[in-house]
Design a protein. Structure first.
Length: 470
């Protein structure tokens, strides 16, 4: 929505140049990594390169965390990305791993097909022809600007101030200054009418932190193209896990129940099929979301500030419902399969091969309050609700529908949420989330400015490696 093509690509590239450590491990120190998501895997992988002994404790029977691709029950060749779905062309740490492991990228959204906006019972195709006559009480100036123009004018101020920032790690000050407002409050403060706020924020949550939404825009403002790993994004954590499994560095089915430390070391207490066990090392890296780590640190002697953020940090419920279609019929109508709506399904995305005659996935992507509503339904009811909404936005969906898969991250006991939900005034928690506490280090998207992205998980892991080797 706020693409800044004038930003120097060289600056972005240099900000994420490969990490070079001048100091290797002086002795073979041992690091216990709690959590086998992308942050934990990246951290373990980089530490092993430097000669550390590493063990990753993962409670589930798989690695990858919120990078999870579903294939079972779908047509061969289709992959349903329940979590991380896109890789922006500016996310150089993620792309470095893609190249290192020889994975193949494909465009996430190709062609010049049109997106749909569904508002108050009508479908519109903005950006392809004149601005729609929106069924809203807009001022003359708001109608003149249109949806895109209003977003640029009323959300562009803080982004304009930081567009040339070369600091790739910190939340810029002008964004933090707006973090005490919800997005609705911020836009109304700028002079936007209530109906105009509804139009600009369609498909999103206007009650979320204005700072968080501005940070999302800032993190994407120089992006020109998005990619997807052909065959499924889970190949990225899968490649890291295979490297670590060769040396027996990952232990699956080991649920950590406590983390502690003293002057001589740190440890994780875990339970597995054989009972309980304490795994000791020189350091522990907690790569779990705080949503599932709230009760782990009773013996860790954490600061009061750290205890507070672990206890209070919230996570968005996120639901995705995947509808397999016999044909990608929307493409034949000149539509991309992407939509922002005022329906319960909020937004639609599409995944599939290029040809409209081949099978593809039409998926709803729901975050926040509407996801919580979906979570009150059983799986079949969620599918029926999504199919009904899809039929409204893309007529013909019912006739083409073949199969469905459902994923709720709020209901996942290993995650309890899809991504970090920083409320108003909470973006300043990111440095606290990331701060080490003695021999215990913290990684994950919640500790990074790039929250909600694979880039955030990887960046946080590289930061922790630097801290351990400093």
């Amino acid at each position: 929505m706020m693409n800044r093509r004038t930003f120097l690509a060289a600056a972005a590239a240099s900000a994420f140049a490969p990490v070079k450590f001048v100091r290797a491990a002086e002795a073979k120190r041992r690091v216990v990594v709690v959590g086998g998501g992308l942050a934990g895997l990246s951290c373990a992988y980089e530490l092993r390169k430097l000669g550390f002994e590493v063990v990753v404790l993962e409670g589930q029977g798989r690695a990858g965390g919120r990078v999870l691709t579903l294939r079972e029950g779908l047509d061969q060749g289709l992959s349903a990305e329940t979590g991380a779905t896109r890789i922006p062309d500016t996310h150089h740490m993620t792309l470095d791993y893609v190249r290192e492991f020889g994975l193949t990228l494909e465009p996430f959204k190709g062609g010049n097909l049109a997106d749909v906006v569904h508002l108050r019972g009508q479908n519109y195709v903005p950006g392809h022809g004149p601005e729609p006559d929106w069924p809203l009480q807009l001022t003359a100036e708001e109608r003149r600007l249109g949806r895109g123009g209003m977003a640029k004018r009323y959300m562009g101020g803080p982004l304009e101030l930081v567009k040339d920032s070369k600091d790739s790690l910190s939340v810029p000050g002008p964004i933090l200054e707006q973090d005490h407002y919800t997005l609705r409050q911020y836009l109304e403060k700028q002079g936007l009418s209530r109906d105009a706020v509804e139009l600009v924020t369609l498909g999103g949550d206007s009650s979320a932190s204005a700072g968080l939404l501005l940070l999302v825009e800032f993190n994407e403002q120089v992006t020109r193209e998005y990619f997807h790993i052909r065959g499924g994004n889970d190949q990225l954590p899968g490649s890291l896990a295979k490297k670590l499994e060769l040396g027996g560095a990952i232990r699956y089915g080991c649920r950590v129940t406590g983390v502690g430390q003293n002057d001589s070391g740190a440890w994780a207490v875990m339970e597995h099929a054989g009972g309980h066990e304490t795994v000791r090392g020189d350091y522990v890296v907690s790569a779990l979301p705080f949503s599932v780590a709230r009760n782990l640190f009773a013996d860790a002697k954490l600061s009061t500030e750290k205890q507070r953020v672990i206890r209070e940090l919230k996570y968005f419920p996120v639901d995705k419902v995947f509808l397999q279609m016999q044909k990608q019929f929307w493409k034949a109508k000149g539509l991309s399969g992407f939509a922002n709506t005022d329906l319960l399904s909020e937004r639609f995305w599409a995944l599939g091969p290029e040809s409209p005659e081949e099978r593809g996935l039409l998926l709803s992507y729901v975050i926040g309050e509407n996801a919580a509503k979906l979570d009150t339904m059983d799986a079949q009811s969620r599918v029926q609700q999504t199919l009904a909404d899809a039929e409204i936005v893309f007529p013909g969906a019912r006739d083409q529908f073949e199969a469905a898969r459902v994923k709720s991250w709020g209901e996942d006991p290993w995650q309890r949420g899809g991504l970090t939900s920083f409320g108003p005034g909470e973006l300043s928690w990111i440095p606290v989330n990331a701060r080490r506490e003695g021999r215990i280090f913290f990684a994950g998207e919640h500790t990074s400015r790039w929250n909600g992205w694979m880039q955030g998980a990887i960046e946080s892991a590289h930061r922790v490696v630097k801290e351990i080797t400093a």
